[in-house]
Ligand binder design. Structure first.
Ligand code: 4NP
Length: 154
């Protein structure tokens, strides 16, 4: 049963969407019992906050409710609790790799590379507009489907 953690910078824009979309895909496939899914931020500035309103809105527009999520910062324990820790961009992956404790068996990878074989970032939409959040949503949808397929050999 894989435990998967999605990590971006603030855990309010991208990784809440990655978590919410993947959770929805797993539930639709009736595989929720087989996965642990969570998200976190490299930084803790937004800890305890709801996802960004624009992420909540784009998810809602696609029938997914992410308003129950609360931001948190990645913690060293996460490297023991999760099998797969997916950075949404390369800076996130660098941060994760640097903090991974010796002996941790978790695989740290770039999300789109792991899911789709495309070594690209999910761009930070924080200073962008609605179209940027929509683009993040669609990347998460494609990547989530690819990840689920890869993990279930479907
Ligand atoms: P996220 O977006 O990493 O996708 O959650 C950001 C959220 C907050 C900030 C930057 C990016 N910030 O600078 O506070």
């Amino acid at each position: 049963m894989p435990a998967i953690l999605f990590v971006c910078l603030g855990n309010i824009c991208r990784s809440p969407l990655a978590e919410g979309v993947f959770r929805h895909q797993v539930q639709t496939a009736r595989l929720a019992h087989r996965f642990t899914i969570d998200s976190a931020g490299c930084g803790g500035w937004h800890a305890g906050e709801l996802p960004d309103k624009r992420s909540v809105a784009v998810a809602q527009a696609h029938g997914i409710d992410i308003s129950d999520q609360r931001a948190r910062q990645i913690h060293l324990d996460d490297f023991d609790r999760f099998d797969l820790i997916l950075g949404l961009d390369r800076d996130n992956v660098r941060h994760l790799t640097a903090m991974q404790p010796q002996g941790s068996q978790a695989k740290v990878a770039l999300y789109l590379e792991e899911a789709l074989g495309t070594a690209k970032n999910v761009p930070d939409p924080y200073y962008g507009g609605t179209a940027d959040f929509e683009a993040v949503y669609h990347l998460c949808e494609k990547a989530g489907a690819g990840l689920l397929k890869a993990l279930t050999n479907a």
